[in-house]
Design a binder for this molecule. Structure first.
Ligand code: ATP
Ligand code: MG
Length: 421
């Protein structure tokens, strides 16, 4: 992609909706546009990050046997009445139709997935089932001040599993917990796993996946020596206590953002809809259910909060909008300019041929200072510069966003070197 063609350029002015670091940087770099509090348009660079996280999540969910599907965002009122959510869930958006019918916008999908899956499950032989989707959710959040970390519309991966009994659910639950830890590692986040009380209907234990960041809205207590971690809201322990798990570490308190969770739903939803399967003896049972969420659009914001400096964002390679940010600088005369442009074109084509994604800042009217500042703001992990100076050395300047050091690499070695990183 040539920067001159890019539809969503960086903004000179920091927008006034930048109350959080992630919103400020994502908006200024042209990754998103805030349409109203908690609602964003995802522009080409931002969408690429979203899609990369999505793909990593998809691979890990497929690996534990999840099957992807897509359920509606517009839900019939009757399903929400049936589970009690219509009157009890305060974040539920309710819509009136001109026909007099009412609908809900999906804030979670148990109301749809339970009847859907059970329409295909008659016997224990049809279980377990685990399905997931990556789709937009709507919630009437009162405070939407954390940029893309708290949307009124946000992208979630939600998986639901159905089991013949609690034992089988517990087997699967552990697999998903491991898959989640893989996901966070792959997208460059360090997540701690809290043990927390379940959702409003479930008294079972559940896990929350927390990333330490001051931009988060949760407070956690964690052990500095082992993996013990709890949400302060429910904690029976205090800051400074000796860890009850390892007996060595001291408990510390920190701000964190919940990037995912897994819940034991028990039999609530199948009971609400009175949906059953038959066992070997022909006896009817309600299946056991689990649900597993990951805030994909929130993760974009959390990554920015965790990985930036005062010049801009620093994307982990796995989710960066592009692999390489190529910059061609202005020359004093048109002959040298022609040579710079040709050298940049060759590198650009060579990288594209290798399947490497390149943003080429080919602008004729931008100063070196503007180009470097934009590259730092956008935060692509690797920057390559071609200038009069590098031309003389038959080289490109190679610099990683996360490092202050730049080096000259011979042009003929660039493609070889990139293969090795
Ligand atoms: P929170 O306590 O942050 O409101 P939640 O417990 O309501 O989260 P779930 O209903 O379990 O969250 O949703 C699953 C995941 O979706 C959460 O772990 C979080 O990462 C993400 N998520 C929840 N609400 C929002 C939101 N308003 N904006 C963006 N992501 C969200
Ligand atoms: Mg919530």
């Amino acid at each position: 992609m040539k920067y001159s063609q890019l539809f969503s350029k960086t903004l000179k002015q920091v927008p006034h909706d930048g109350e959080s670091i992630n919103a400020k940087l994502l908006v200024q770099a042209g990754f998103v546009r805030q349409e109203m509090a908690g609602v964003y348009s995802w522009l080409p660079l931002g969408l690429r990050v979203l899609r990369k996280i999505e793909q990593i999540v998809r691979e890990e969910m497929d690996a534990v046997g999840g099957q992807e599907l897509l359920m509606p965002m517009l839900h019939p009122k009757a399903n929400w009445v049936q589970t009690g959510g219509w009157d009890s869930i305060d974040v539920l958006f309710k819509l009136n139709s001109r026909t007099g019918n009412e609908y809900a916008l999906g804030q979670s999908e148990e109301e749809i997935v339970t009847p859907l899956v059970m329409s295909r499950v008659q016997s224990y032989k049809n279980l377990p089932v685990q399905v997931y989707q990556i789709h937009w959710k709507f919630r009437d959040e009162l405070r939407a001040k954390s940029g893309v970390m708290r949307g009124r519309e946000f992208l979630m991966k939600d998986m639901y599993s159905f089991h013949a009994d609690e034992k089988d659910f517990l087997r699967f639950y552990k697999l998903v917990k491991e898959a989640y830890l893989n996901i966070y590692k792959r997208i460059g986040l360090t997540a701690k796993v809290t043990e927390a009380s379940g959702g409003s209907f479930s008294k079972k234990i559940s896990y929350e996946f927390m990333v330490l960041t001051d931009a988060g809205e949760d407070d956690i207590l964690y052990c500095e020596k082992c993996d013990f971690c709890v949400n302060v809201e429910i904690a029976k322990v205090n800051v400074g206590d000796t860890c009850e798990r390892c007996g060595r570490g001291e408990l510390k308190q920190a701000r964190a953002s919940e990037v995912g969770n897994v819940f034991d739903l028990g039999q609530k939803y199948p009971k609400d809809f009175d949906l059953t399967f038959v066992d070997e003896k022909g006896k009817k049972h309600h299946p056991w259910m689990g649900c597993y969420g990951i805030g994909i659009s929130r993760a974009v914001g959390v990554i920015v909060e965790a990985s930036h400096d005062d010049r801009g964002m620093i994307w982990p390679a796995s989710v960066a909008p592009m692999d390489v940010h190529l910059i061609s600088l202005r020359a004093k005369d048109s002959k040298t300019q022609g040579e710079i442009d040709q050298a940049a074109q060759e590198i650009y084509d060579g990288l594209l041929n290798m399947g490497i994604e390149v943003l080429w800042d080919d602008r004729a009217d931008a100063t070196p200072g503007q180009k470097f500042a934009d590259a730092d703001l956008i935060g692509i992990p690797l920057r390559m510069v071609i200038s009069e100076k590098t031309l003389k050395e038959k080289s490109v300047e190679w610099k990683e966003r996360a490092s202050e050091k730049a080096q000259l690499i011979k042009r003929e070695d660039v493609l070889k070197k990139i293969r090795s990183v």
